[in-house]
Design a protein around this ligand. Structure first.
Ligand code: 6GU
Length: 244
């Protein structure tokens, strides 16, 4: 999978060198390219923003550097992946569609993602119009109902959620099946040794005996019941998405 990130803060993406994603990159499963949007400016101050037309607070990202960046990145990617290749362009944006596990699952099958990190109040609307006209596939994705200063932290989260689903990245593929959200439920409670533990307050805490029974059928049923109960208590919206 190829991933491009366009940002005015390339250093913000440094954590993608680490841990699971860093290993996936070294293993050749993910090819990540971080680009500085200012490389597509032409003035002395490498200007990427200007005041909003019509007035108002803050600054708006200018359209020219963005358009130049998208076309240059598409050319570079096509030189690598083939002239028919086409990226999904993702704008992290609090006004986007909720990014959920199913989104991560879909995007993990894609050969090529381009993340566009907006800052300030947002990007000139004509950039979105141009991308659609120029044949780019575009998605707006939100992490939740709160506001971040820019898309960079969202790209870190989205990239981690997507890349760990790319085949071969997580060593034990089974662990992806049972985890929270993979079946629309929160994960069941987990225990390890010792089966009988005296906590620091002197209370003896035992592991649910069924987990020591060796009866894998009954253990699976118990875990499913626990997952449903936990979801009902903590996230009833997951059990009743229509809210009725
Ligand atoms: Cl994806 N971007 C920004 N800037 N803020 C957010 C967000 C994304 N998701 C929630 N808040």
């Amino acid at each position: 999978m190829r991933i491009d990130v366009i940002t005015i803060f390339p250093e913000y993406l440094a954590p993608l060198e680490l841990s699971l994603i860093g290993k996936a990159r070294r293993d050749g499963l993910v090819d990540l390219h971080v680009h500085d949007l200012r490389d597509w400016t032409h003035d002395r101050h490498r200007t990427v923003d200007d005041s909003p037309l019509g007035g108002g607070a803050g600054m708006v990202m200018k359209p020219e550097p963005w358009a130049a960046a998208f076309h240059a990145v598409r050319e570079a990617g096509r030189a690598q992946l083939g002239e028919d290749a086409s990226p999904l362009v993702v704008f992290p944006n609090p006004a986007g569609a909720p990014f959920v596990q199913a989104t991560a699952q879909e995007w993990s099958d894609r050969p090529w993602l381009v993340f566009a990190c907006g800052r300030y109040e947002g990007i000139d609307e004509r950039v979105y119009e141009h991308l659609a006209d120029a044949g780019f596939e575009v998605a707006l994705a939100s992490l939740g109902d709160y506001v971040l200063n820019g898309g960079e932290v969202a790209v870190l989260a989205i990239t981690e959620a997507v890349v760990r689903l790319v085949p071969g990245v997580v060593g034990n593929a089974e662990s992806l099946v049972e985890e929270s959200h993979s079946a629309g439920l929160l994960e069941y409670p987990l225990y390890t040794r010792p089966a009988r533990w005296e906590d620091p307050a002197g209370t003896v805490r035992e592991v649910p005996p069924i987990l020591l029974s060796g009866d894998h059928g009954r253990i699976a049923t118990w875990r499913h019941e626990q997952a449903v109960e936990r979801t009902r208590q903590r996230r009833p919206d997951l059990l009743d998405p229509a809210g009725d």
